[in-house]
Design a binder for this molecule. Structure first.
Ligand SMILES: C[S@@+](CC[C@H](N)C(=O)[O-])C[C@H]1O[C@@H](n2cnc3c(N)ncnc32)[C@H](O)[C@@H]1O
Length: 334
C-alpha cells in the first residue's frame, strides 16, 4: 500500500469483524473539532481496511494473500482460559510476557468484540481498538530495557486499548505514578479493566496506576496536568494530520521542564517529519534514533530480506524520537 500524508493510516493488521449494530457511539465531545474532514477520511480508511480484511479472512482468499508484518515478537502471547461458566462474553485475556526479560508480564484483554460500523463512523478514532500496533510493542520492550531510567510521574498518550508500554512501566519501574490515556472512551474502558486485573494479580507494587480519557486537543483535559510528567510517551500517533499539532502541544504542556518525551512511530511518508517540524517550531529539542535496540534492529534487518510485500520499513519500522524542553545534547534515555 502506498503512503500518503492524508491522515489515513496505511496498513492496519486488523483482526476484527464488523457488524451493523447501532449501539450508542463512544464519542468524547470536545468543544472544537477543526478538522472534521480529515477525521472522516481517516475513519473511512479504517472501515475500508476492516472490510477488506474480512474478505482476506475468508478461506478462498487466504491462500493467495500475502502475510503482512504485524509484530516484532518481543512478547510471547498466551491465551488465558477463564473457567467461569457464567461469563458469556467473548472476552479474550492474554498474558503478554517479555521474551528478553521473562519476569515481566501483563494480562491484557485484546479483543473488544466486533468493531461496529456505527463506532467507526461516529467516534473520532478507533485505530487503537483494532490491535496492539508494532510501535506500541516496541515501546513496551524499550521501556523494560530502560526501566531504571524512569522516575516520578509517567504518562502514556494515545495508548489505545491496552496502553501496553505504560502498563509495563508501571510493572517494571520504580515510579510514583503512571497515567494511561487515550482519546477514545472504548479504549479507556478496556484499559481500566486491564489495570484492575493486573492490580488484582499484584504486579504494580507501590506505583499509583490510573487510566482516563485524555484528548490532546482538549484544553480542559491538558490544563490540570500541565508540567506534571517526567516522562510522556506515545506510539504510532503521528499519522493523523488534524491532531498532529495538538499532540505536539499536549506533549509540550504535560512535560515537566526537565522531562523527556519518548515517541515511537514509523515514518509513514512525511508524517514523522512533519511532527518533528512542528515540535521544533514549538521550541522542543528533538533527536531521532534509528538503532535504539539490538533485538528490534536484528528483526528489522531480517524482515528487510523478506521484501517490501511482507515488510515495508516506511510503515513498519518505528523510529525513536526523544523530545526535551531544554537543549540537552543527550537525553538520558539515549
Ligand atoms: C494507531 S493508534 C495507536 C494506539 C497504540 N499506541 C498502539 O500503537 O497500539 C492511535 C491512537 O491515538 C488515539 N488518538 C487519536 N487522536 C487522538 C486525540 N486527539 N487525542 C487523544 N488520543 C487520540 C486513538 O484513539 C488511537 O488509540
Amino acid at each position: 500500500m502506498e503512503t500518503r500524508s492524508t491522515g489515513a493510516i496505511n496498513e492496519t493488521p486488523v483482526r476484527k469483524d464488523v457488524d451493523g449494530d447501532t449501539d450508542d457511539a463512544n464519542c468524547h465531545i470536545c468543544p472544537v473539532d477543526p478538522a472534521a474532514n480529515g477525521t472522516a477520511r481517516a475513519r473511512w480508511t479504517l472501515l475500508r481496511q476492516v472490510l477488506r480484511q474480512k474478505q482476506v479472512d475468508c478461506p478462498e482468499v487466504k491462500h493467495v494473500s500475502v502475510r503482512r508484518f504485524s509484530t516484532f515478537d518481543l512478547f510471547t502471547r498466551k491465551r488465558l482460559v477463564i473457567n467461569d461458566t457464567s461469563n458469556t462474553s467473548d472476552d479474550q485475556w492474554v498474558e503478554y510476557q517479555s521474551v528478553s526479560l521473562p519476569k515481566y508480564r501483563a494480562l491484557l484483554r485484546v479483543h473488544l468484540g466486533p468493531l461496529k460500523v456505527n463506532e467507526v463512523l461516529n467516534s473520532f478514532d478507533n485505530t487503537g481498538n483494532v490491535c496492539v500496533w508494532p510501535s506500541e510493542e516496541v515501546m513496551a520492550h524499550f521501556c523494560l530495557q530502560k526501566r531504571t531510567l524512569f522516575k516520578g510521574a509517567v504518562c502514556e498518550l494515545g495508548g489505545g486499548m491496552t496502553c501496553l508500554a505504560g502498563l509495563m512501566v508501571a510493572i517494571c519501574a520504580d515510579v510514583r505514578e503512571v497515567l494511561l490515556s487515550d482519546g477514545n472512551e472504548k479504549s479507556i474502558h478496556n484499559v481500566r479493566e486491564v489495570v484492575e486485573r493486573n492490580r488484582q494479580a499484584g504486579v504494580f507494587s507501590s506505583t499509583s496506576v490510573s487510566a482516563r480519557v485524555l484528548r490532546w486537543d482538549c484544553d480542559s483535559d491538558i490544563s490540570p496536568l500541565e508540567g506534571h510528567f517526567d516522562v510522556v510517551m506515545c506510539a504510532d500517533c503521528l499519522f493523523l494530520d488534524q491532531f498532529r499539532a495538538s499532540l505536539v502541544d499536549a506533549i509540550r504542556r504535560l512535560l515537566h521542564p526537565k522531562g523527556t518525551a519518548l515517541v515511537f512511530a514509523p515514518r509513514r511518508g512525511q508524517t514523522l517529519a512533519l511532527f518533528c517540524e512542528l515540535a521544533q517550531q514549538a521550541g522542543l529539542f528533538i533527536s531521532q534514533h534509528q538503532q535504539y535496540d539490538h533485538y528490534v534492529w536484528d528483526t528489522h534487518l531480517k524482515m528487510l530480506k523478506e521484501g517490501k510485500e511482507a515488510y515495508d520499513e516506511n510503515i513498519h519500522y518505528p523510529l525513536l524520537l526523544t523530545l526535551t524542553k531544554g537543549p540537552q545534547t543527550v537525553s538520558h534515555f539515549k
